[in-house]
Design a protein around this ligand. Structure first.
Ligand SMILES: [Zn+2]
Length: 335
């Protein structure tokens, strides 16, 4: 398999301050994970700068200007968890630009899938608000452009936190399917299973909100449901908000995934995505060893190879939630 790997040195210059978990070292671990998989040809590309006007497909012009002005004036805090420094403006434009560049390169058959090692992450960013370490919603920028080109887009978000920004941006768009597996209750507080989309879009927003302690046995079972929904939606592109903070070693959350669970999820998603139309966007994940191993498992799974290793066991309540999700979706999909 040929894998496009998009990153840039500028991503290590964006910081949230000393001691913050969303730190430059994460990219070293992720990049090591991408390159660790044997028999994968990695095509390295630099994430290009995005024209800031393209951000306005998903963000308000006033918000884009406010981030640019904040960075130009030395940076500062945007919410209790999220900051910008002068270097963040260029980093954020490259993080948002990586996906569009990757989609062009995949169309040109330069590779069969893409992994974007980018910072800052994106899935919490709202149209006019930075949140949860995110400035611009990277995956949404790509998705909005693909939708404008008439493509159907599915976003699978396996970061442990609900992608509230992505959900909000496409909640009324029937040609975009948003599927999120996350811990609930947890930051940012959204993502219950009755948030199914609005009007014509009902059924194209799918949340799987799992209780603390949920492990890979339930996640693997949930992939059967997700694959079934993806197959029925018939997306032209599958984009993945690939966060790794559901790993048992992660300091920010309470789920119990292991490396091979990410491998199995990637194997299932890659088998369902149309050929050459799969892009992973780095979101969270704050334990460096878990990040490296889980990214490597993701790449292995994407290449069609299983990752050795058994899942941990979930509490009964996690299985109950999976059953409830299935029931909530029974009127929208054949499950
Ligand atoms: Zn997260």
């Amino acid at each position: 398999m040929k894998l496009l790997h998009s990153t840039h040195p500028q991503f290590t210059l964006h910081t949230n301050g000393a001691g913050h978990p969303e730190r430059p070292d994460r990219l070293t671990a992720v990049t090591a994970g991408v390159r660790a998989v044997p028999k994968i040809e990695v095509v390295e590309v630099e994430a290009p700068l995005l024209d800031p006007a393209v951000l306005e497909n998903v963000h308000t012009p006033a918000y884009v200007r406010a981030i640019e002005d904040l960075c130009a004036s030395g940076g500062g805090r945007l919410d209790p968890d999220t900051s910008a420094v002068p270097e963040s403006w260029e980093a954020a434009l490259r993080a948002a630009g990586a996906g569009l560049d990757a989609s062009s390169r995949l169309r040109a058959k330069e590779a069969s899938a893409a992994f974007l090692s980018v910072r800052p992450p994106g899935h919490h960013a709202l149209a006019s608000q930075a949140m949860g370490f995110c400035l611009f919603n990277n995956i949404a920028v790509t998705a909005a452009t693909l939708l404008a080109e008439g493509e159907r887009v599915a976003i699978v978000d396996w970061d442990v936190h609900h992608g509230n920004g992505t959900q909000a941006m496409f909640y009324d768009r029937p040609e975009l399917l948003y599927l999120s597996l996350h811990q609930f209750p947890a930051y940012p507080g959204t993502g219950w299973l009755d948030e199914l989309g609005e009007g014509e879009s009902r059924g194209t927003n799918v949340n799987l909100p799992f209780p603390p302690g949920t492990a890979g046995d339930v996640y693997r079972a949930a992939m059967d449901l997700i694959v079934s929904i993806l197959s029925q939606f018939k997306a032209d592109w599958v984009l993945v908000s690939a966060g790794y903070d559901a790993h048992s070693a992660d300091p920010l959350a309470d789920l119990h995934l292991v490396e091979s669970d990410y491998g199995e999820m990637a194997l299932a998603v890659a088998a369902t995505a149309p050929a050459g139309r799969l892009i992973y966007y780095l979101e969270g994940g704050y334990d460096l060893a878990a990040l490296e191993g889980s990214v490597a498992a993701t790449i292995l799974g994407t290449s069609g190879m299983p990752t050795p290793g058994d899942p941990h066991s979930s509490p009964d309540v996690a299985w109950l939630i999976l059953e409830q999700v299935s029931q909530a979706l029974a009127s929208e999909f054949e499950l």
